[in-house]
Design a protein around this ligand. Sequence first.
Ligand code: BGC
Length: 442
Amino acid sequence: MTLQELKSIEKAFDVPLSEMKRIIRAFHSEMGKGLSDSDGSLKMIPTYVDRPTGDEKGKFIALDLGGTNFRILEMELKGGKNISKPVSRQFVLDRKYLAGDGKALFDFIAGCVEIFLKGKGIDKAAHFDLGFTFSFPVEQTGIASGRLLRWTKGFNAKGVIGKDVVRLLDEALAGKHVNNVKVAALANDTVGTMVARAYEDPDCDVGVILGTGTNACYREYISNIKKLHSGMTYAGQMIVNTEWGNFNKLRTNSYDKILDEGSGNRGSQILEKMVSGMYLGEIFRLIAKDLMKKKVLFAGTNIGVFGKRGCFKTEYMSAIESDHSAGLPDMARLFKKLGIKDTTLRDRQLCRNICRIVSGRASRISAAALAAVIMKMDRELSRKHTIAIDGSVFEKYPGFSDRMRSALKEIFGNRSSRVSMVLAKDGSGKGAAIIAAVAGSL
Ligand code: BGC
């Protein structure tokens, strides 16, 4: 590969400060549209819940569905910002449920709730409020109701879009005769993550997920959520789920276009397709495939793992960027396992450069989107903000969070020290239980 070719890839993925500033401006314009219900790429969904006080109490069950695993938790909120350590159980969601009949998906989930309660010896007389974390774009109509707008992250279960997912879960629970559990709250994972952190940290006003999918929520003045107003006056604040994964005012390149065209949700989730763990590996695969075709990478090797959509996982990119040894032997072993037997050191160096370029763009777009959200609340960054973040890309991708921090510093200068991004691991389920408690006190 010539330096020229690498330069042109770098250029296609570059997000300089001027581009981050443009993204922030475009974000604000889309946020405004979403809040007033006019067409735009940001849905800006009101959640009907605000930050908790930390005094909420009671025993709750939470159900956390957002990927191929889902978890059920039981925990006790003790008030005074104290939460018992949740008892949780993870269930694997068979692939057949992702694209099959929606009823089968909800029946399976309800069945798991039944197994969980039995396993814990929870007697059927004890009543539980359940917080349901459902991490997809849902147009909420109340704290415990909302219609699925569209599936993301490879889910495509039939007959769910347009339906109230709380109702579907309630019906499935009733079908299993689980009558002592009531769905008291519905929450997006970003909202759960933010609320779980805010229970103990009053500065927390943003929740972000950077994992298989990506999204953010933040606190907004109800008076700014124009679409809520029908002659009523609202005081106070409410958490808004931005659904930023669908933001589409971004500069896409030829690889992004191929990725989008081959995806099951063409034209939507454009930011998610440039940033999240479900897609980064695929972008790398498309670049590598292109370079292999041009015979500038892995010369003489057959196309192997690079020939098939979705086969190059983001975890492999993480592994590539973690290899700091001089001859990059770990990477050579990884490629061998993936069917690329002979790699030269130059091939491996190139692959590492490409990973850096792809993940570097993702971290800078994420930082610009986050800066836009923070500035929507506090343009001058006049106070502290804790950003509760969860997700494998933020947690595990080497250097990702550091690169986000440096990008925030470019945007905000020294004031960026007022923004603390904290890893809020597994907060989404916990947060849903807290929201169930808030719902009970309304
Ligand atoms: C969904 C969001 C979710 C995010 C992170 C996206 O695909 O649309 O609702 O918060 O993934 O799980």
